[in-house]
Design a protein around this ligand. Structure first.
Ligand code: LCS
Length: 413
């Protein structure tokens, strides 16, 4: 690689240091760093739809894959390549593909894996639109989808069949924070058939807390809209896995099937957000633990769902596979749905909004918002109660978040 130092062009190894041996913080800042003609410290926003070829032959070679180089931003762009390099490095995957949204990542990955007649086994508790894609979208094209509770690995054993191509789950799950044993689930699927692709949505944990590929999963997907970007200003996604599979996702799943490509500008914001992933996650989780303990002991609160609480069902598995319990929690209040809504409307610091993983604390009612794609019967089957309130704990001072909740909850006693 050529880099400019003063007026002299010098050659330097691309891997100027062995990035694999560096710590998480170093890698989130330095992975995938390449020189550019201006010597810009940060990867620039390559705001271009297409790339010049020196000749017709060169263009042809790039299309044929016999020569490296960029072609058209739907197929790749240096700004998005930087994000892909960082996330692949942090998740421990061979490669990654940046997408326009989390749903873009999930749909591009699934379109790349399945065909009519195949079967997907999915956990029954999923982000609402993922559930809709599986239950109402892919089933229109001859794909069979079975929903089971993967918290009990024996359910997967019973559900697997010779048609199973994909095992799909989130952990912790949106919105109940249910925890699924990644190692056990991947082992069960692969023992049945080593070709089954185990896909884990790692949005709630991020690679700072949990790395599914190291635990036996084949593919990781993310809504990078959340913690990976971290500032509530981008919609983005990413797929991580083996290099061959990521190439299929790029050259078929995104290029032909979804077109869900990340924009260079969003890639720039992503790259910027990723630099602080570890310190943000530390603070998010520390804040969440304090708020969870407060809510747990408040008399107006019936139940707290948070993997960091010892009496939470998923506590032990979370402890085994996550370095910290995350920063999303859900609660059920003793008050009915109407009184719960009236109380939440009085929050002043915390904002009523969907999404999560932002710097701000966001509060939402799952049944009427993120999980409104589920029918009341489906909500019940997925253990998502009608009154469930999900809170994404932000980076504010925890005392202020607690004070905001204390004020509205005290009125309900
Ligand atoms: N996976 C999970 C676990 C999610 O929570 C979401 C979005 C997605 C995938 C889809 O990602 P997107 O396309 O939005 O980037 N979750 C949302 C939520 O809970 N509230 O608003 C969006």
């Amino acid at each position: 690689m050529l880099i400019r130092e003063g007026n002299i062009l010098i050659e330097r190894m691309n891997n100027f240091m062995d990035i694999k041996k560096q710590g998480f913080a170093t890698r989130q800042i330095h992975a995938g760093k390449e020189s550019n003609s201006a010597g810009a410290l940060c990867t620039p926003i390559y705001q271009t739809s297409t790339f010049e070829f020196d000749s017709v032959e060169q263009g042809g070679n790039r299309f044929a894959g016999t020569e490296d180089g960029y072609i058209y931003t739907r197929l790749g762009n240096p700004s998005t390549a930087r994000v892909e390099a960082i996330i692949a490095e942090l998740e421990g995957g061979e490669a990654a593909l940046a997408t326009a949204s989390g749903m873009g990542a999930i749909s591009a990955a699934l379109w790349s894996l399945i065909e009519a007649g195949d079967e997907i086994i999915a956990d029954e508790t999923l982000y609402g639109c993922t559930y809709a894609l599986l239950a109402h979208g892919l089933t229109k094209f001859g794909v069979n989808v079975k929903f089971i509770d993967m918290a009990d690995p024996s359910n997967l054993k019973d559900a697997l069949s010779d048609k199973t191509k994909v095992v799909y789950f989130e952990t912790p799950c949106n919105p109940t924070l249910k925890v699924i044993d990644i190692e056990e689930t991947a082992k069960t699927a692969h023992e049945y058939n080593s070709n089954i692709c185990v896909v884990v949505d790692n949005t709630f944990a991020t690679p700072y807390l949990q790395r599914p590929l190291e635990l036996g999963a084949d593919v990781v997907v993310h809504s990078a809209t959340k913690y990976l970007n971290g500032h509530g200003d981008v919609i983005a996604g990413v797929i991580v896995g083996k290099a061959d599979f990521i190439t299929t996702c790029r050259m078929f799943g995104v290029k032909d099937m979804t077109g869900a490509v990340m924009s260079p500008f969003n890639a720039f914001l992503m790259q910027r957000g990723l630099k602080t992933l570890d310190i943000r996650m530390e603070r998010h989780c520390a804040n969440a633990m304090k708020v969870a303990e407060f809510l747990h002991d408040h008399p107006a609160v019936d139940k707290v769902y948070y993997p960091g609480l010892k009496d939470f069902e998923g506590y032990e598995i979370a402890k085994k596979q996550m370095s910290l319990p995350g920063a999303v929690l859900s609660i059920e209040l003793k008050a009915d749905r109407e009184k719960t809504a009236a109380a939440l409307n009085k929050l002043e610091l915390c904002t009523i909004a969907v999404s999560l993983g932002s710097d701000e604390t966001l509060v939402e009612h799952a049944a009427s918002m993120t999980h409104s794609t589920y029918t009341p019967e489906e909500l019940k089957a997925a253990n998502i109660s009608e009154g469930l309130v999900r809170i994404s704990i932000g980076l504010e001072d925890p005392e202020d978040i607690i004070a905001d909740f204390k004020r509205i909850l005290d009125e309900l006693i």
